[in-house]
Write a protein that binds this ligand. Structure first.
Ligand code: NAD
Length: 356
């Protein structure tokens, strides 16, 4: 029998104010919809992107365009909040985080000011979205990896830039609990994918990028695909519905206060296998080319789910093929909408930053 874990719906009043940072983006947009669908009536969604660029605008949700690297904006964002979810970050797939380390590091300003503002506002629970990139890279040099368990973050040798920012922000969360008694919750996400996420512009991650390439190949009739690296790199991919459900359970589990936990699928695949699954969904076979100079990240990475199974009796379990089929269908729709001249939020705000 599945364990009944406390969630926002069982612990909170439906009109308690929930603040979601980064809500114009992929995961926080889905989280906003999730709480709305669970009957919460007082949700404040915040992002620095202009509202028309948000992936999801949920009716009845207060949506604010604020840059959360600014302490005054953080104070404004969390005013009256009972719970705060920080998913705002300047981030993207490997192509982004290897090229824009300064932007990634600067996301530390968001968490630094937001957690202080949350503490001062008397917030009850604070969630931070960390990443598997916080893990020691020395342990990820072989495609046949041993799955990463929570203690593998130390001794620290995180992904340069992005991973170190996550590790430092995790520590902020731990010390705000230890010194000041703010209940903080930290999930280390392993690649998340699904509809309403970045699929073009340079920040997209492998499942979305490869889906788009397959769609383009079908559309243009040029039945080829370029894959970054040799395609033997391995990863696990978590479907967005599992991610938001996991965030809710983690944030309402008192055994997990200030305790980083993996939130990821343990279904390991190589990038070549991922391409084959997308080809199966699309009903095509493409000639594969490999760009060995492109960013490829670590050789292998998987989520060890022993700890989450132990505390929550649950782990992300949507089969990759099932989640990919939904993702592919959404990207295909976006692709043809854009081709037909309709506005789609894959525009400049989701693209690469200017570095001047
Ligand atoms: P995303 O880029 O779609 O969303 C992040 C949002 O944060 C964007 O809409 C962006 O505009 C916003 N943002 C950036 N700087 C901001 C600022 N100064 N003020 C306000 N908003 C700001 O990314 P996502 O995939 O939804 O990721 C959400 C969180 O999860 C991030 O912290 C990310 O590091 C983490 N994460 C994601 C994955 C993944 O696979 N998607 C994996 C590990 C960790």
């Amino acid at each position: 029998m599945t364990k009944q874990n406390p969630t926002a719906a069982t612990m909170r009043n439906k009109d308690d104010l929930i603040v979601i940072a980064g809500a114009g983006g992929f995961i926080a947009g889905a989280l906003t919809r999730y709480f709305h669908d669970h009957g919460f009536t007082n949700i404040r969604a915040v992002d620095k992107k202009p509202l028309p660029e948000w992936y999801q605008r949920v009716p009845g949700v207060e949506s604010l365009c604020l840059d959360l690297t600014d302490p005054d904006n953080c104070r404004r964002a969390v005013e009256g909040a009972v719970e705060v979810y920080n998913l705002a970050a300047d981030m993207g797939g490997m192509g982004f985080i290897e090229r824009y380390r300064v932007e990634c590091l600067r996301s530390i300003l968001i968490n630094t000011h937001l957690i202080e503002a949350a503490y001062r506002a008397g917030v009850d629970r604070y969630f931070f979205s960390s990443s598997a990139c916080a893990y020691n890279t020395e342990l990820q040099k072989d495609p046949n990896v041993r799955a990463l368990k929570e203690s593998d973050a130390y001794p620290a040798m995180a992904e340069r830039g992005y991973g170190w920012e996550k590790l430092m922000s995790e520590m902020f969360c731990q010390e705000y609990w230890a010194e000041r008694g703010l209940k903080t919750f930290i999930a280390r996400f392993h690649n998340v994918y699904g509809p309403y996420g970045t699929w073009d512009g340079g920040r997209e991650k492998a499942p979305a990028a490869l889906s788009r390439k397959v769609i383009e190949a079908k559309d243009t009739g040029k039945l080829e695909i370029t894959i970054w690296g040799d395609g033997n790199q391995t990863r696990s991919f978590m479907y967005i519905d599992d991610c938001v459900k996991g965030i809710d359970m983690i944030t309402h589990c008192d055994d997990l206060i200030a305790t980083p936990i993996n939130l990821g699928s343990s279904e390991l695949v190589s990038i070549n296998q991922l391409v084959s699954l997308i080809e199966e969904i699309a009903g095509v076979k493409l000639e594969r080319h490999y760009d060995l100079n492109a960013p490829r990240g670590v050789a292998g990475r998987n989520s060890d789910n022993t700890f989450i199974l132990q505390v929550l009796g649950w782990e992300p379990s949507t089969p990759l093929l099932e989640g990919l089929a939904k993702t592919y269908a959404w990207i295909e729709q976006q692709y043809y909408d854009r081709k037909a001249g309709k506005h789609t939020p894959a525009g400049p705000y989701n693209g690469m930053p200017k570095t001047y």
